[in-house]
Design a protein around this ligand. Structure first.
Ligand SMILES: O=C(O)CCC(=O)C(=O)O
Length: 296
């Protein structure tokens, strides 16, 4: 048995832990309720509103589509425009907005992570919101290992918790995972060149070899479900081929506290600690980019 199975706390069942250990990922259906997602969706709706206002000012649109629901509004705003206009707003967003800290500190997420790495949990500085708008080429994410973004960091494992804010399916570009690849070394990669994202992309022949050996799991999940995966596990997502649905998702990351906090990527925070509960970062600490609550 591997060491992660020795953490007695947390919420995962033995078979969920086993699934994570063997396959490199585990799906937790409906981990969060829509009520729990609402604060972050409200926060993102404010951002979409500010994008709409900017587009109006630039005469890119005549109608800000205020009444179009969250899942569709960004798609409606960019309907008929090109990738170039969308890409000016970035394909993934990492901001300190209301709702984010609460999501990243959600006890249900931390309980699941605790099952895998124990109760001393650091929230890694790399987190993203991804508004994958229909048919924007740069919305696709090529085959990669997250570890290729921090190959030199002494942080093992970093666990990604991927949560869609709307239902994610094959049509709108859910995650695809090459299972059982999490025990591989960091595979040779390059910067993606076709769509200008420069996302890291594993070299074609290595991807093909991994797919030939392990196959591909297409992983559709409902809003609020979580996919937890190891930072060496190969994964990707395709273009959003739906007509008018934005595939909104967040990817959060957690690691044990005794590892590299990766300051070159930003400021993470102490999300849970049984040893030093008084040091856990509050929302105010997070807003002020303090990784821990100051000692009294
Ligand atoms: O959300 C996606 O489509 C890709 C996510 C991803 O690659 C990641 O979280 O590492």
């Amino acid at each position: 048995m591997t060491d992660t199975l020795t953490h007695p706390g947390g919420s995962l069942t033995a078979s969920q832990k086993e699934q994570y250990e063997v396959e490199g990922y585990v799906v937790l259906p409906n981990l969060l309720t829509l009520e729990e997602l609402q604060p972050i969706m409200d926060s993102l709706s404010e951002k979409v509103e500010s994008i709409a206002q900017e587009m109006l000012e630039k005469n890119l649109i005549a109608d800000p589509h205020k009444d179009v629901p969250f899942e569709h509004r960004l798609a409606k705003l960019f309907e008929g425009l090109t990738d170039r206009e969308f890409n000016t707003y970035g394909r993934s967003w990492r901001e300190r907005r209301p709702g984010f800290y609460d999501l990243m500190s959600n006890p249900k997420i931390l309980d699941a992570v605790e099952s895998l790495i124990g109760p001393e949990i650091f929230s890694n500085p790399v987190y993203n919101v991804r508004p994958k708008v229909p048919n924007v080429a740069a919305g696709a994410v090529p085959w990669h290992q997250d570890k290729s973004y921090w190959p030199d960091a002494n942080s093992n494992p970093v666990i990604t918790v991927w949560i869609p804010l709307v239902n994610a399916d094959e049509e709108n570009g859910c995650l695809r995972i090459c299972p059982r690849t999490h025990r591989k070394r960091v595979l040779s990669y390059h910067a993606e060149q076709q769509t200008g994202t420069e996302y890291t992309e594993i070299d074609d022949e290595l991807v093909q070899a991994a797919i030939d050996e392990y196959g591909v799991d297409v992983v559709p999940v409902t809003a609020g479900s979580a996919i937890l995966f190891n930072d060496r596990c190969l994964h990707m997502s395709t273009l959003n081929q739906s007509k008018d649905r934005v595939r909104w998702s967040v990817d959060l990351r957690y690691q044990p506290t005794d590892q590299d906090p990766m300051p070159s990527h930003g400021v993470g925070f102490l999300a849970r600690s049984h040893l030093y509960p008084q040091r856990v970062a509050t929302r105010e600490d997070w807003n002020a980019e303090r990784p821990e609550h100051p000692e009294a």
